[in-house]
Design a protein around this ligand. Structure first.
Ligand SMILES: [Zn+2]
Length: 382
């Protein structure tokens, strides 16, 4: 496979390259799922996991031989407050994922990933760092460690971390996993950017724990070999699997040398339109802009997938928070919210615009109430 010019590598191109490579290796390409899924009735799909295919897993395994890949939009409402706090955090983001049901062979997953990152995408090997499980209780993930060594990763770039960093446990049993919670070691790939941060430079903390954005986690490979019972005892899983995921916005950011994930191509048009109203954005305005881009894009995508109008409780409340936080940020920048919404939504579906206009009327009432009575300042939109 030829490598692609780095400047051309936006999320869409990276996703296409990831899926094409996996198709070459016998993986079936599946479509993404809606962000509205029965298994998360109060919220939305949060990651590119098995949840999207779990209900039809037997059928899909029969059709694909257990090897399939897809690119999934993910939305994490609990990350909304973190948006803008560092260069890498979005509430709505995209992940490409490849699953191999019935195998946890590192010898196929990790070399393919390494080839993809360094040959297909052309990421510099000397900027990549790897973490793997090395834990007092669960031991060392020897298979991953040896595989990375064989691929030529220098010892000092292979970072062993405990279970709090490199051991995944399913949080709930979900709909169909009646046999316990899945768990297993994972191994992550970080990209090192040119960010002056003494704490990170001197490796005073685990990779990726710092907000500076020097080390950016771009990929994670998970090997499910066990279930864990309520007492923390591991039970060998009947069906093992490997999952390899890639964060698309973060990968585009490091490939194109962008300052943050808020500068990826999918935001370009909106960024330009909002910036027209701000002559020279200062730091707090840039922050406001980043939050607005994230929240509005999430609002539009969720609306397209059938999310309810902003309101009270559950999904409605999440929609309200997205809309009002974005509006609040635009107001802080002294921008005309309504005309800006009109301009931004011109190329989007008109349902989002109508919902935002209605919500703005209610939001305005709320803001006026706040202004009238300064004792009452609240960001609680319920
Ligand atoms: Zn740092």
């Amino acid at each position: 496979m030829n490598s692609i010019p780095r400047t051309a590598l936006d999320c869409q191109a990276i996703s296409e390259a990831f899926l094409a490579l996996h198709e070459r290796d016998g993986f079936a390409r599946l479509p993404p799922s809606s962000l509205l899924h029965d298994s998360v009735p109060m919220s939305f799909v949060m990651s590119a996991g098995l949840i999207q295919v779990e209900n039809d897993l037997d059928e899909i395994v029969a059709e694909t031989g257990g090897k399939f890949a897809f690119t999934q939009p993910c939305f994490r409402h609990f990350d909304m407050q973190q948006v803008g706090a560092d260069p890498t955090r979005l509430s709505l983001f995209h992940m490409s994922a490849a699953f191999h049901i019935g195998s946890t062979e590192r010898e196929t997953v990790l070399p393919r990933l390494w080839y993809f990152l360094t040959e297909v995408l052309g990421l510099e090997k000397e900027r990549l760092w790897i973490t793997y499980l090395d834990d007092a209780e669960f031991g060392r993930d020897e298979a991953s460690y040896q595989c990375w060594k064989t691929l030529g990763i220098a010892e000092e770039r292979l970072v062993g971390l405990g279970q709090e960093h490199c051991f995944w446990r399913q949080r709930s049993t979900g709909q169909i996993a009646s046999d316990g919670k899945k768990c297993g070691p994972h191994t992550e790939v970080f990209y090192e950017r040119d960010v002056a941060c003494p704490a990170c430079k001197n490796r005073e903390q685990p990779l990726g724990n710092c907000r500076c954005g020097r080390f950016v986690e771009i990929s994670n490979s998970l090997f499910i070999e066990n279930y864990i019972d309520d007492n923390g005892k591991l039970i060998a899983a009947g069906t093992v699997f490997a999952e390899c995921v890639l964060g698309l916005e973060r990968t585009e950011m490091v490939l194109r040398g962008l300052p943050s994930v808020y500068h990826v191509r999918r935001f370009d048009q909106w960024r330009e339109q909002i910036c027209m109203g701000i002559s020279c954005p200062d730091l707090s305005q840039q922050q406001a802009l980043n939050i607005t881009l994230d929240h509005l894009s999430a609002f539009v995508k969720l609306t397209k997938d059938g999310a309810p109008a902003p309101g009270q409780g559950g999904r409605k409340y999440i929609m309200r928070k997205l809309a009002r936080e974005a509006m609040n940020q635009l107001l802080q920048c002294k921008l005309d919210v309504l005309s800006l919404m009109n301009a931004l939504m011109e190329d989007q579906d008109q349902k989002s615009l109508a919902l935002l206009q209605e919500e703005y009327v209610r939001f305005n009432r709320h803001v006026q109430l706040v202004n009238k009575n300064t004792r009452y300042v609240s960001h609680d939109y319920r």
